[in-house]
Design a protein around this ligand. Structure first.
Ligand SMILES: Cc1ncc(COP(=O)(O)O)c(C=O)c1O
Ligand SMILES: N[C@@H](CCCC[NH3+])C(=O)O
Length: 446
């Protein structure tokens, strides 16, 4: 049976295909070989796909007549090697903690292209950001504004900042990943006048250089209306503030949030369509408001790495409740991918060691953690499945490894990059020794 005839075989992103052994292959590398070489659970990243997504973003925004910046939101997935690749690809970087900043600097990522986000940056994190001379801090609240003012004054150091605005616009997505609505922990809100107050206060700080505004309305967004609404609202306010103060909108950062495909039912727009809509909207509002065109910055995370990631698991035990459900357990689950448990996120998968076959079984894929909610996929059609088969779960590249824990003392998986028939171990599997490294035994005297 060919792939197109078999309705159960899902979409295959990037370089993913079925090889002559009827195995799933990514980047020219057999995933069964990878599972055997590195063991499972294993994150596999299609580097060709990551690079083409980065190029698509850069190309899509190059239609704009002013400079643009594509800043990869590294909370989606970070690793030393990825940061090195991103540096070579010439994009900017959004970090949200001292940890991400540290790793990026260690990877040799140019500090001037790093933007620092977060609603509770610590004093220490701000000191580090200033010492590294990062490109820009996105100020989230008045406490942070005050801390940055004090630190920059003390050290007589200038810093570019964006003011993060809560625009009061809700993206149509899961409530835990929508961030633009007024009642949010992020940013200065418009309606109460806090945003205006923040701009005025920041403009009065001697070493703070306000270069523009930032808003991020949510994640896994499938339409452009939210972006258009936020651009209109921010530019209207920018016009007002320009008339009242020295504020000049040099940069408009519209965040990330571009949707991807998790299951066949998902139909995200192309990156080109998102970019076109954003660029046209900025141009229209500039013309209507007689404002100079600002630079456009975006912060995609999921849309760069999401579909490039696949998780390989080994099938373990099963529990069949006749007429009700057949549970098949894998050797990972919520510890390496919390998204199904946290957001009821849906995924699809195939058996990596027998992709073409009769899909005449329906099973539910359970994780191995001691939680009833640790279910990765409900009601998945698969070929006859046995202990020792390999399950590949697709599109796990964003917020999978980066949100992983070692709950139940499950070691975090290894991460492998594949490209041009080569595999590269980017992050080693966590080991029991790694657990022990942080532990202190009690002394005999206690
Ligand atoms: C401020 C900010 N920028 C960018 C992103 C990246 O979002 P996504 O991965 O949906 O592109 C996020 C996460 O939602 C965010 O909070
Ligand atoms: N972690 C979320 C997205 C939130 C992004 C941070 N603002 C997810 O898995 O979809």
């Amino acid at each position: 049976m060919s792939q197109s005839e078999n309705q159960n075989i899902p979409y295959f992103p990037g370089t993913m295909k079925i090889n002559e052994k009827n195995h799933l292959e990514i980047g020219g590398v057999d995933t069964v070989y990878l599972a055997e070489k590195y063991s499972t659970p294993l994150y596999v990243y299609d580097m060709n796909l990551i690079k083409s997504r980065l190029s698509e973003f850069k190309k899509a925004f190059s239609i704009y007549s002013k400079p643009t910046q594509v800043a990869y939101a590294s909370k989606a997935f970070s690793s030393l090697a990825l940061y090195q690749i991103l540096a070579k690809e010439g994009v900017s970087l959004d970090v949200v903690s001292g940890g991400e900043l540290h790793l990026a600097i260690k990877a040799g990522f140019p500090a001037a292209k790093i933007h620092f986000h977060g609603n509770n940056k610590s004093h220490q994190e701000l000191v580090e950001a200033l010492n590294y001379n990062i490109g820009c801090i996105v100020i989230d609240n008045f406490t942070e504004l005050d801390m940055i003012n004090q630190l920059t004054t003390l050290h007589q150091k200038n810093i570019n900042v964006l003011i993060r605005i809560t625009p009061g616009i809700e993206a149509h997505t899961h409530e835990y990943i929508t961030t633009g609505q007024e009642d949010s922990k992020f940013g200065f809100d418009l309606a109460s006048g806090q945003a205006e107050k923040a701009i005025k206060t920041a403009l009065d700080c001697a070493y703070i250089n306000v270069i523009g505004l930032h808003a991020h309305i949510g994640s896994q967004i499938f339409e452009t209306d939210g972006y258009k609404a936020v651009i209109e609202r921010l530019m209207q306010h920018a016009k007002q503030w320009k008339e009242q103060t020295d504020f000049d909108l040099k940069v408009l950062n519209v965040g990330g949030g571009f949707g991807i495909r998790y299951t066949k039912a998902d139909e995200p727009l192309s990156i080109k369509d998102y970019a076109l809509s954003i660029v046209e909207s900025v141009e229209k509002n500039s013309a209507d408001l007689h404002l100079e065109l600002p630079e456009i910055w975006v912060e995609p995370g999921r849309s760069i790495v999401g579909e490039a990631g696949t998780t390989l698991y080994t099938i373990g035990t099963e529990k069949n409740i006749p007429e009700i459900r057949r549970y098949i357990s894998v050797d990972g689950g919520m510890a390496d991918n919390i998204r199904p448990a946290l957001y009821e996120a849906e995924y699809t998968g195939v058996l990596a060691n027998k992709v073409y076959a009769q899909y005449d079984t329906t099973v539910s894929i359970a994780g191995k953690a001691c939680e009833s909610g640790d279910m990765l996929i409900w009601d998945l059609a698969l070929p006859e499945v046995e202990q020792g088969d390999y399950l590949a779960v697709l599109s796990t590249g964003a917020y999978g490894y980066s949100m992983a824990s070692n709950y139940n003392r499950l070691p975090r998986p290894a991460v492998v990059f594949v490209e041009n028939r080569q595999d590269f171990l980017a992050i080693k599997r966590e080991s029991y020794d790694d657990f022990m490294r942080l532990e202190n035994p009690i002394a005999d005297s206690i």
